[in-house]
Design a protein around this ligand. Structure first.
Ligand code: SF4
Length: 207
């Protein structure tokens, strides 16, 4: 049976533990999206792009689902949110709440990365409340990152780090509306405190 660890500070009835929040990313799903990196991941993929998010005992920022939803909604350019890791499904209920609020308020969509495969999320021993979050997701990109399968190919590698990962268009309307894809790209964000964050996919020197 798979083990689903707990993220320190995360409470299904209270706060989310977030590693980082970025405004207006264009490389982690269709359109302009808020990007939320959750804290904590136990999958241990070799050459993971975000190893600083792994620590399950570290507190990044503790924020309530209501407040995170407000933050996302406060930028009118946002077409949705993308959850990345860390492992978002270790904080499934809280993130589901955020997605529900932003969809109800402004029709914003949810893209979610997970190291779990869809079959694990819907199988006999999913992480707690995985079904709540799956209900809210428009596009799921699933599976561990496999370094030997890293791909930058157009189409085949779109929004993915490695070719074993799959895109699950869980809401047909979202799939229909997103016909114009560009090749994988990466971005560099410089936060007000000077912190530099790389995100996205592809590029020969981007690991
Ligand atoms: S699931 Fe994602 S965050 Fe976790 S180790 Fe793998 S690549 Fe890194």
């Amino acid at each position: 049976m798979a083990d689903h660890p707990k993220v320190t500070g995360y409470n299904e009835l209270g706060k989310l533990n977030i590693h980082a929040y970025l405004e207006e990313s264009k490389v982690n799903g269709p359109g302009i999206r808020a990007l939320v990196f959750t804290q904590g991941c136990h999958h241990g993929c070799k050459n993971c792009q975000n190893p600083e998010t792994w620590d399950l005992g570290k507190i990044g920022e503790l924020i309530s689902p209501d407040d995170l939803a407000k933050k996302i909604l406060s930028n009118n350019n946002h077409e949705g949110v993308t959850y990345s890791g860390g492992e978002p499904f270790l904080q499934a209920k809280g993130l589901a709440e955020v997605s529900k609020i932003i969809r109800e308020e402004k029709g914003l969509t949810t893209v979610c990365y997970s190291g779990y495969m869809y079959e694990e999320l819907t199988g006999k021993n999913p992480p707690p409340c995985a079904d709540f979050l799956l209900e809210q997701i428009d596009l799921l990109i699933d599976g561990r990152y496999v370094d030997s399968l890293k791909t930058n190919e157009f189409g085949a590698g779109l929004y993915r780090g490695s070719s074993n990962q799959k895109l699950w268009w869980l809401k047909p309307d979202f799939a229909k509306a997103q016909k114009n894809f560009d090749a994988n790209k990466c971005e560099i964000h410089i936060k007000p405190n000077g912190e530099i964050i790389f995100t996205g996919f592809g590029g020969p020197t981007f690991n």
